[in-house]
Design a protein around this ligand. Structure first.
Ligand code: CTP
Length: 409
C-alpha cells in the first residue's frame, strides 16, 4: 500500500479496444487501497462488461441504463463529487470532443460537467484521430482548463497502424493519478520560465521551383516541436515558427506556419523581442533564384531546365548578430557527419550564436527523422556531451539549461 490508500477515484471507461486495460487499472488502484467507482459508457460496454468492473472494484458500476434518480442511489451531482479525482481511461476521441464542447448527453459527460473535482484523461485512439486538428484543438482546450493528460504511447495499434494513440500502460496511469492526488508528495517541475518569451524554429523549408515543385529536406520537426512543448511546460510563452511538417502543433504554443526560408526569417523578426531564440529548423541553404509562375513543361528532346540557385538568408546568424533587439541567448543546432566537435565549434563562431547543439547525422548517428539524439552542447566555455536520449529528453534538458542560463533556476 502507498499513500494513495483511502483516496476515491471515479473511473469513466469509454469506448475503444483499450477498454480492457481499464480492468488492470482498477486492479492496480484497488491494490493501492483506492476506492474505485466505475462509470461505463455505452461505447465502453461494447468492450468490457459492467460485471467484470463490478467484480474487480467491489462497487456498483453505473451505466446509462442505471437510474440515478432512484431514491436509494446517489444523484448525478453527488456521484461526480464523491471522489477525489475523476479519471477517464480510456478516453476516446468522441468523449474528449464532448468534454471540450461541454456536452452532457450521457451519464459520463453529465458527471464530467457537474464535477468540481480534478479530472485526468488517458486518451486512446487511432493515430490519425489523435493527430487530427480537431482532437489537437480539443486537447488544448482541456489542458487550458486544467485537465491532466496522460499522453498515449507510440507503437503498433490494434488497427494495424503505427504511431502515438495507444493507451498509456496502467502502471504509468496510476503514477500520474498519484502525482495528481498528492502534488506535494511528488516533485512538480517549477514553472521556471514564466514570463519569458522564446522563439523556436522547426521543420524543413520548402523552396518553390514552380507552382507544383519545391526543394526540401527530410526534417520531421520532432525535435523543434518537442523543445517548444518543453519550454511551455516550464511556463514560457513560445512562438513556434514552423515549416511544413506532418506532426500536430504543440498545445498552447503560438504557431506561425511558413513555407520558405524568407518567410521564416520575416516571422522570426516580427516575433521579436524575445529572451531567447532556438533555431532547430533545417532551413534549405539555397532557393531557386527565379521560381517559375507556371508549371515547367517537358519539351520533347529538350534539355532538363538549369535551376539557378541563390543563397537563403541565414536565420540563426541574422538573429544572433549584434543588435538592440538581439535575444539574450541565441541557440543553434548543427547536423554533422564527421569531425563533429571541430565543425560545430567553427559553426558557433561563424554564426555568432551563444550555444550550438551538435548531433551526428551520419548513418551511425541517425538523428534525422528518428526519435533519439546524441548531443554535444558547445558554448563559449567548452563542450558537454549528453548521452543518447529521446528528442523529448533532449528538449527537457535544454529547457532546464536555458532556465538556469536566464537566471530563473
Ligand atoms: N540555419 C538557419 N538558417 C539557414 C541555415 C541554417 O537558421 N539558412 C540554422 C539551423 O536552424 C541550425 C543551424 O543554423 O540551427 C545549422 O546551420 P547549417 O549551416 O545549416 O549547418 P548544417 O545544417 O549543420 O549544415 P552544413 O554543415 O552543411 O552547413
Amino acid at each position: 500500500m502507498t499513500d494513495l490508500a483511502g483516496k476515491r477515484v471515479l473511473l469513466i471507461v469509454s469506448g475503444g479496444i483499450a477498454a480492457y486495460k481499464a480492468l488492470e487499472l482498477v486492479r492496480l488502484l484497488k491494490k493501492e487501497g483506492v476506492t474505485v467507482r466505475c462509470v461505463l459508457t455505452a461505447g465502453g460496454a461494447q468492450f468490457v462488461t459492467p460485471l467484470s468492473l463490478q467484480a474487480l472494484s467491489e462497487e456498483t458500476v453505473y451505466t446509462d441504463l442505471f437510474s440515478l434518480t432512484d431514491e436509494s442511489e446517489m444523484g448525478h451531482i453527488q456521484l461526480s463529487r464523491a471522489a477525489d479525482l475523476v479519471v477517464v481511461a480510456p478516453a476516446s476521441a468522441d468523449i474528449l470532443a464532448r468534454m471540450a464542447a461541454g456536452m452532457a448527453d450521457d451519464l459520463a459527460t453529465t458527471l464530467l460537467l457537474a464535477t468540481d473535482k480534478p479530472v485526468l484523461v488517458a486518451p486512446a485512439m487511432n493515430v490519425r484521430m489523435w493527430q487530427h486538428a480537431a482532437t489537437v484543438a480539443n486537447m488544448a482546450t482541456l489542458a487550458a482548463r486544467g485537465v491532466t493528460v496522460v499522453d498515449p504511447d507510440e507503437g503498433a495499434m490494434a488497427c494495424g497502424e503505427w504511431g502515438p494513440g495507444r493507451l498509456a500502460e496502467p502502471p504509468a496511469i496510476v503514477e500520474r493519478i498519484a502525482a495528481r492526488l498528492m502534488p506535494r508528495a511528488i516533485p512538480v517541475p517549477r514553472r521556471l520560465l514564466t514570463g519569458r518569451h522564446i522563439i523556436v524554429t522547426s521543420g524543413p523549408t520548402h523552396e518553390p521551383i514552380d507552382p507544383v515543385r519545391y526543394i526540401a529536406n527530410r526534417s520531421s520537426g520532432k525535435q523543434g516541436h518537442a523543445i517548444a512543448a518543453a519550454l511551455i511546460e516550464l511556463g514560457a510563452r513560445v512562438t513556434l515558427v514552423s515549416g511544413p511538417v506532418a506532426i500536430p502543433d504543440p498545445p498552447l504554443a503560438r504557431v506561425l506556419h511558413v513555407e520558405t526560408a524568407s518567410e521564416m526569417l520575416d516571422a522570426c523578426r516580427a516575433a521579436l523581442p524575445a529572451d531567447a531564440a532556438i533555431c532547430v529548423a533545417a532551413v534549405a541553404d539555397w532557393r531557386v533564384a527565379t521560381p517559375s509562375d507556371i508549371k515547367l513543361k517537358k519539351a520533347p528532346g529538350a534539355e532538363p531546365p538549369a535551376l539557378a540557385l541563390t543563397p537563403n538568408p541565414d536565420i540563426l546568424a541574422d538573429l544572433a548578430k549584434p543588435a538592440p533587439d538581439r535575444p539574450g541567448l541565441v541557440i543553434g543546432f548543427a547536423a554533422e557527419t564527421n569531425d563533429l566537435l571541430a565543425h560545430a565549434a567553427e559553426k558557433r563562431q561563424r554564426k555568432g550564436c551563444d550555444w550550438l547543439l551538435a548531433n551526428d547525422v551520419s548513418a551511425a548517428g541517425g538523428a534525422m527523422g528518428g526519435d533519439d539524439n546524441e548531443i554535444q552542447l558547445i558554448t563559449a566555455e567548452g563542450h558537454e556531451s549528453w548521452p543518447r536520449m529521446s528528442k523529448q529528453a533532449v528538449a527537457q534538458r535544454l529547457a532546464q539549461r536555458l532556465a538556469e542560463a536566464l537566471g530563473d533556476a
